[in-house]
Design a binder for this molecule. Structure first.
Ligand code: AMP
Length: 110
C-alpha cells in the first residue's frame, strides 16, 4: 500500500536497518523508543490490525520473528505488545508487534 509507512519500510522504499528479516516480516527499531530496546515487527503483507488478521499461520510466524528479533538485539527478557484500535494506542494501521526490553516493565500497562 503506497500510503502506508510500514509497507514502504518493509518494501525498501524508505531505507531502514533491519534487526531481523525473513520472508514474512521485517523488524526494525522504533523511531520513538519507549524502552532501551524497542523493536517493531511488521508483516511484509499489509494487514491493518490484529482484528483484520485472518491468516493464523502468519500470526504464528510473526511471533517467531519477534523472538528472533529480540535474540538478535540481545534481549533475554522482553514484552511483546500489539495495540489494536485507536483506544488501545494503535497509531499506525499496519499490524505490528512491539518488542520492548532493556528495563524492568511495570504492570498494568497504561
Ligand atoms: P502504535 O502506536 O502501536 O501504532 O505504534 C506505532 C509505532 O510506530 C510508534 O511507536 C512509533 O514511534 C513508530 N513509528 C512510526 N513511524 C515510524 C518510523 N518511520 N520508523 C520507526 N518507527 C516508527
Amino acid at each position: 500500500m503506497e500510503s502506508c509507512i510500514f509497507c514502504r519500510i518493509a518494501g525498501g522504499a524508505i531505507p531502514t536497518a533491519f534487526v531481523h528479516e525473513d520472508g514474512d516480516a521485517v523488524a526494525f527499531r522504533d523511531i520513538q523508543p519507549q524502552a532501551p530496546v524497542h523493536l517493531l515487527v511488521v508483516p511484509r503483507r499489509h494487514v491493518a490490525s490484529l482484528r483484520e488478521a485472518d491468516d493464523e499461520a502468519l500470526l504464528g510466524r510473526l511471533l517467531a520473528a519477534a523472538r528472533q528479533a529480540a535474540a538478535k538485539a540481545g534481549l533475554e527478557q522482553y514484552r511483546v505488545v500489539i495495540n489494536t484500535g485507536a483506544d488501545a494506542g494503535q497509531a499506525v494501521f499496519h499490524l505490528h508487534l512491539h518488542v520492548l526490553g532493556g528495563r524492568r516493565m511495570a504492570w498494568p500497562p497504561g
